[in-house]
Design a protein around this ligand. Structure first.
Ligand code: KG4
Ligand code: ZN
Length: 341
């Protein structure tokens, strides 16, 4: 009998549902909430309301595209955390209600495990190369910056993490001070493509080991704008592409320096990147080049699986279901879920 997992993701501002049967992804519907753009960042209360409005239609569409009904679904996997509590509550309550009415189990998935296992998503017709264990994963998103040693489907070790802002947050906050919209990462990436990455220099963090820091870079970026605006009130608009390219290059260098250090420390050359910032073209190109120079096996996810999506939740849910790891109906979402749970 087929194993079909319905995945539901609602940790932040994307309402998403996916159907994955026997290891193959059949659908992945994502509704990105546009309402936050005008506020320059995600407004938690509006996010949970939008999830409530979207979730029924998103799940219905995911089932329709997959050509499945709830009778075909073996279990529902949903994001249990980390994320915005109000948003998580909508996804988890919906998953529980649907599971009870369909008489099937639920599986709470750690969102961060989802980002890592996005590399294992397979669409029906393709055959491609998965990372092999053990591998190093640089997980870079709006809320997290981690270097994880992935030993097996359920065995992880965090080798480094940020002591302040996440990489995506650094992109978004610097974009905001340049007057760009939210989320700023994709906009900086676009502007950087025609800018000079060596035009401006910003303070480099000096953090020991494999940990990261981005708050100093953000402050240095802010001060540099403030000082230059004194002489030229159009400084930002006159230099938007070069500022974007220089900032992106600094962030990418910080990330790749630590990743290289992790390779030296562990001797592992099987490398993956994941999370929203792994969509960044500077990071993708930089890692590809570094991989070629050092004979690393580099795994770069498809753009559509970099930012939040339910396919990655269904993927982890599939492994957990096969392992017999389902949850009881009283499972609660957790905003601050640690990586290992
Ligand atoms: O993984 P994700 O969708 O949500 C979290 O779990 O946080 O990541 C969102 C983050 C945002 O900070 C966004 O600006 C960043 O990913 N991002 C990018 C790019 N696309 C998304 N940052 C840099 N370049 C991009 N192309
Ligand atoms: Zn995410």
């Amino acid at each position: 009998m087929s194993i079909c997992i319905l995945g539901i993701e609602s940790s932040c501002d994307d309402t998403s549902a996916a159907v994955l049967c026997d290891g193959k992804l059949l659908s992945n519907v994502i509704n990105t909430q546009e309402i936050h753009r005008k506020y320059g960042g995600v407004v938690p209360e509006l996010a949970s309301r939008a999830h409530q409005q979207n979730i029924v239609l998103v799940v219905k569409e995911a089932l329709e595209i997959a050509g499945k009904s709830m009778r075909d679904i073996s279990a529902i996997a949903f994001t249990k955390g980390p994320g915005l509590l109000g948003s998580l509550l909508v996804g988890s309550s919906f998953a529980k209600g649907l599971a009870v009415s369909s008489n099937i189990p639920i599986i709470g998935v750690n969102h961060l495990h989802g980002h890592i296992f996005a590399h294992f998503i397979r669409e029906s017709t393709e055959s491609s190369v998965n990372p092999t264990f053990p591998f190093l994963c640089l997980l870079v998103s709006g809320g997290h910056t981690l270097i994880v040693l992935v030993k097996a489907y359920t065995q992880f070790e965090i080798l480094g993490s940020t002591i302040d802002d996440a990489a995506g947050e650094a992109f978004d906050k610097c974009a905001k001070v340049m007057g760009l919209g939210y989320p700023g990462g994709p906009e900086i990436d676009r502007l950087a493509s025609t800018g000079n990455p060596t035009k401006f220099k910003f303070a480099k963090p000096n953090i020991p080991g494999l940990d990261f820091s981005f708050s100093g870079l953000k402050t240095s970026f802010l001060y540099s704008l403030r000082d230059n605006i004194k002489n030229n009130s159009n400084f930002i608009s006159d230099n938007l592409n070069d500022l974007s390219a220089s900032l992106q290059s600094e962030i990418v260098n910080i990330l790749l320096d630590k990743l290289s250090k992790a390779v030296k420390m562990t001797g592992i050359t099987e490398i993956a990147i994941s999370g929203g910032v792994s969509a960044n073209s500077g990071l993708r190109n930089g890692l590809t080049k570094l991989g070629q120079e050092n004979q690393w096996q580099v795994h770069i996810p498809k753009i559509k699986y970099t930012t939040d999506n339910a396919a990655m939740v269904a993927q982890v849910g599939f492994y957990m279901f096969v392992d017999g790891k389902t949850d009881s109906i009283d499972i609660l979402p957790q905003a601050r879920l640690s990586f290992s749970v």
